[in-house]
Design a protein around this ligand. Structure first.
Ligand SMILES: Nc1ncnc2c1ncn2[C@@H]1O[C@H](COP(=O)(O)OP(=O)(O)OP(=O)(O)O)[C@@H](O)[C@H]1O
Length: 242
């Protein structure tokens, strides 16, 4: 299997002392890694480091063998990401947002825009300004932006928040279809049951540190990631809360 991503001992501390410490894992083609952890644990920071939106203080990240810091252009060549609202221009319509992005991919035609809008169920809203989209529709646009260039590594920060049932099913089907054709995903979410459905691998981050990483099969008996999370976080604090 081709190694897609290698994160080696990556640390980043903000001025307030928060951030991530010694994060390390690797992913192969077609892996879908779910990232869970409490609010403020460092999930977004890790994703920002991988996509070059934040600069690690130490450690290395390579994507398809290209170092993110030293060879950013090649490292990002096959990456699509949706990390927060900054991904879309609020004053442009859904279709204009995608057209802006399409300019960077001369090999893709305008048909790709329709294809990706259809894929996320947003065709009907293509002329709506991004700022006037509902939360779930805005999430769909973020996903469309991430998938537009037919990336081989897709990084999604809480993409399922606010999706309705149709949106969730479309999202799940999209991840399943693309990963079975070899696309690799990193998906952070607090919706652990959704992650159980789509992920082949998991990472748990707490206080900026990697508490667990492993494949779903290594968890055994289709154990839900929520169970593992509770155990790793020190099960006692959750006693009686089910
Ligand atoms: N630019 C910044 N300056 C200072 N501190 C920051 C900055 N960005 C993030 N942090 C801090 O780093 C920590 C990790 O934040 P991060 O956004 O990565 O968490 P998260 O796991 O994605 O949280 P959530 O589940 O709430 O989205 C938090 O304590 C946050 O306050």
């Amino acid at each position: 299997m081709e190694k897609v991503l290698e994160v080696s001992n990556v640390s980043k501390a903000f001025k307030n002392g928060r951030g991530i410490q010694d994060i390390h894992f690797s992913l192969e083609q077609g892996n879908v890694m779910g990232v869970v952890g409490p609010n403020g644990a460092g999930k977004t920071t890790m994703m920002k480091c991988i996509t070059g939106l934040a600069r690690p203080d130490s450690g290395h990240i390579t994507i398809f063998g290209n170092d993110v810091e030293r060879d950013y252009k090649n490292a990002m060549k096959h990456v699509g990401a949706y990390i927060g609202p900054g991904t879309v221009y609020p004053y442009l319509s859904a279709i204009q947002n995608l057209k802006q992005r399409l300019r960077f991919y001369p090999e893709l035609s305008n048909n790709r825009i329709v294809e990706v809008l259809e894929q996320v169920g947003l065709l009907e809203y293509k002329l709506e300004k991004a700022s006037s989209l509902s939360m779930g529709m805005a999430q769909r646009l973020g996903l469309a932006v991430a998938l537009l260039s037919k990336p081989k590594l897709v990084i999604l920060d809480e993409p399922a928040n606010g999706l309705d049932i149709d949106g969730m099913l479309l999202f799940r089907r999209t991840v399943e279809e693309l990963s079975s054709s070899g696309v690799t995903f990193i998906i952070s979410s607090h919706l652990t049951k959704e992650l159980d459905e789509i992920c082949s691998h998991f990472a748990i981050i707490q206080d900026g540190k990697l508490l667990f990483k492993g494949s779903k099969s290594s968890l055994g008996n289709d154990r839900p990631i929520e169970d593992v999370y509770i155990e790793k976080m020190g099960g006692d604090r959750y006693a009686g809360k089910h």
